[in-house]
Design a protein around this ligand. Structure first.
Ligand code: NCD
Length: 306
């Protein structure tokens, strides 16, 4: 994706590719230091067109951690229900001159389009757009991987690491941002998906980025398995797909010694069991949630100082 800095004289976060390696290094250093306080505070507004638990909560707590005020725009009780357009909603939000607009959208590409309706003192952060990207999730996943293996950040710090991403790859912005980001730092990525969740066009796209492929977790050996739920709400009226009954992580043996990651929400007994998610010593799911607030705080601090 072309850097949005070309069209606005400021720093937005739409894609993981908007951050240079040195930016990511700074963000991880801020996270380690836990020094988030932004001089003179400011205002952050979250505008979520899709449901969210972790991302919304962590962004709102991150704004507070940084000393900013946090306002949640409630789409369901807003004038959008009176058929006001998203553009006019963004224009209205812009009148309040927030420092940050944190936007989650159902449609791929919306934050990139709508950033141009904001004045240059407002930074747009993409909190997930359709099947596009989820840059802050990928950054917190990357941070979690380094933390758990005690790896020092460098441009090739993941060169000996294999990461399997398993499940509904086709509809996953988490997979997309993680593939862009983790492969950039040298990780070997294996995509594991029933054929119906990985059509040939998407397979070709990821193959060109250096990913390899498998059909079941039992065929591979990885350091980390990132599991994805079936994202029904992103299927746009297509026939509802299901995983084969043996697809998923239901006991330790299914992991084959890998660490287990999942961005949440989990669908228990579809791709994972509650025991594997919350009781297994290999599960990093709670750590990912914890790091969600930490990394988003560091991103807000980093962008505030730009
Ligand atoms: C993901 C998302 O919204 O893309 N969840 C998240 O942000 N924690 C993954 C998903 O919806 O399955």
């Amino acid at each position: 994706m072309t850097s949005n800095m070309q069209c606005r004289n400021q720093f937005n976060l739409i894609s993981v590719n908007d951050f240079k390696n040195s930016d990511i290094k700074s963000i991880f250093e801020i996270a380690d230091s836990k020094k988030f306080n932004v001089k003179n505070g400011g205002l952050g507004i979250s505008l979520f067109f899709e449901n969210s638990t972790r991302t919304l909560l962590s962004f709102e707590s991150a704004l507070l951690n940084c000393g900013l005020k946090s306002v949640r725009f409630d789409v369901s009780s807003s004038s959008i229900a009176k058929e006001e357009t998203v553009i006019n909603t963004i224009r209205t939000i812009n009148s309040y001159s927030p420092d940050f607009l944190i936007m989650r959208s159902k449609q791929t590409g919306e934050p990139l389009i709508y950033q141009k309706y904001l004045d240059s003192n407002t930074k747009m952060i993409n909190a997930g757009d359709g099947t596009g990207e989820h840059p802050t999730q990928a950054l917190l996943d990357f941070y979690t991987i380094l933390q758990v293996l005690n790896i020092k950040f460098s441009d090739s710090c993941l060169k000996n690491i294999t990461i399997a991403i398993a499940g509904d790859i086709m509809h996953s912005r988490v997979a997309r941002s993680n593939i862009f980001l983790l492969s950039r730092f040298g990780a070997k990525i294996i995509l594991i998906s029933p054929l119906s969740f990985l059509p040939q066009s998407i397979r070709n796209f990821y193959s060109n980025l250096g990913c390899s492929f498998a059909y079941t977790l039992r065929e591979i050996k990885a350091n980390f398995v990132m599991l994805l739920r079936i994202q029904k709400e992103r299927m746009e009226g297509k026939a509802r797909l299901t995983f084969p009954s043996n697809f998923g992580i239901f006991n330790e043996a299914d992991l084959n010694h890998a660490y287990l990651m999942h961005p949440g929400p989990i669908n228990e007994r579809v791709e994972i069991t509650e025991d594997m998610a919350y009781l297994s010593s290999k599960s990093l799911i709670s750590k990912q949630v914890e790091n969600g607030s930490l990394i988003r705080s560091a991103i807000i601090k980093f962008l505030s100082d730009k």
